[in-house]
Design a protein around this ligand. Structure first.
Ligand SMILES: NC(=O)c1ccc[n+]([C@@H]2O[C@H](COP(=O)([O-])OP(=O)(O)OC[C@H]3O[C@@H](n4cnc5c(N)ncnc54)[C@H](OP(=O)(O)O)[C@@H]3O)[C@@H](O)[C@H]2O)c1
Length: 261
């Protein structure tokens, strides 16, 4: 059986995806920067689920890293059945708060490395005769602009549009391409994004989903026909009302939460 390669597997949704897949006897290859966390997750999986789990420690903000990883997979003779492009992060606050380099790194991780991985995977498996899965993790921030998280929301709009586009191009029923659109989820996301606003934290505590629940929903929906997986009722409602309500309503409330006064 081929492996599930999961980027951003050291915490949050990626870690829970690794555990969910392992529980279902799928071998996992975990990628992130934090080596200690990856070692602990691999050991936990091997001890508790008796299925293979390896890790590669990489910083995905470097330009050619996806190619390097695919070359290493060849050398290690690891075949991939599932590619979860999950690594990603946000930066909150006014656009002026961060440097161009900060935004460049974010786009490299959230967008460019994701495209590169997708390209390498599809080039290799476009004609696959057994099931292969390319799963890109987007966000409900793709539904409209998010003042105070403009670059992040833009990156996720790209990921969603790109993934739906290539999924509709795909004619091979064995190759399944899906976009996952989670909303607020308990993870390190808010800390990394520097979200400190009390209202945002309170809303997160009240409405965020558990990363484990998100991961299980993703797993259960891998073989469904729909291209988009939207975990949770509230996020599905968000998707529907964003189609009908003027976006300025969402944009003003995001501005309240994420832009410093
Ligand atoms: N949590 C939410 O509310 C939410 C909502 C919608 C969508 N999402 C999306 O869900 C995905 C997972 O996020 P999460 O919520 O689980 O956040 P998280 O707990 O912060 O996890 C992010 C993962 O990405 C990895 N990562 C970040 N930058 C990296 C880099 N340069 N190189 C390698 N790995 C890197 C992190 O690993 P290291 O730090 O070890 O490198 C970590 O494993 C992201 O794409 C995020 O945009 C999250």
């Amino acid at each position: 059986m081929g492996y599930a390669l999961i980027t951003g597997a050291s915490s949050g949704i990626g870690k829970q995806l690794a555990l969910t897949l392992a529980k279902n006897k799928i071998p996992t290859l975990l990628i992130a920067k934090n080596e200690q966390k990856l070692i602990e997750i691999c050991q936990f999986i091997q001890q508790n689920y008796q299925v293979k789990s390896h890790y590669y420690c990489y910083d995905l903000s470097y330009e050619h890293v996806a190619k390097e990883i695919f070359e290493r997979l060849e050398l290690d003779k690891i075949d991939i059945d599932y590619l979860f492009n999950n690594a990603g992060y946000g930066l909150s606050g006014r656009f002026e708060k961060y440097s161009y380099k900060d935004y460049h790194n974010l786009i490299q991780v959230n967008v460019l490395t994701l495209i590169h991985f997708s390209k390498l995977f599809i080039d290799k498996y476009a004609l696959c005769s057994t099931p292969k899965y390319l799963i890109n993790i987007g966000s409900t921030t793709a539904f409209h602009a998010i003042p105070g998280m403009s670059v992040y929301a833009g990156s996720k709009s790209f990921v969603r549009s790109f993934t739906i586009g290539i999924a509709r191009e795909n004619q091979n029923p064995n190759l399944k391409i899906k976009i996952v659109t989670p909303g607020g989820t308990h993870s390190n996301f808010m800390t990394k994004a520097q979200i400190t606003n009390a209202k945002a934290i309170k809303l997160g505590q009240k409405f965020n989903m558990d990363a484990q629940e998100v991961a299980e929903i993703i797993y259960k929906n891998l073989n469904r026909k729909a291209i988009e997986i939207i975990p949770g009722f509230m996020n599905k409602v968000h998707a529907v009302i964003a189609k009908f309500l003027p976006h300025v309503l969402f944009e003003n409330s995001s501005k309240d939460i994420y832009v410093e006064k």
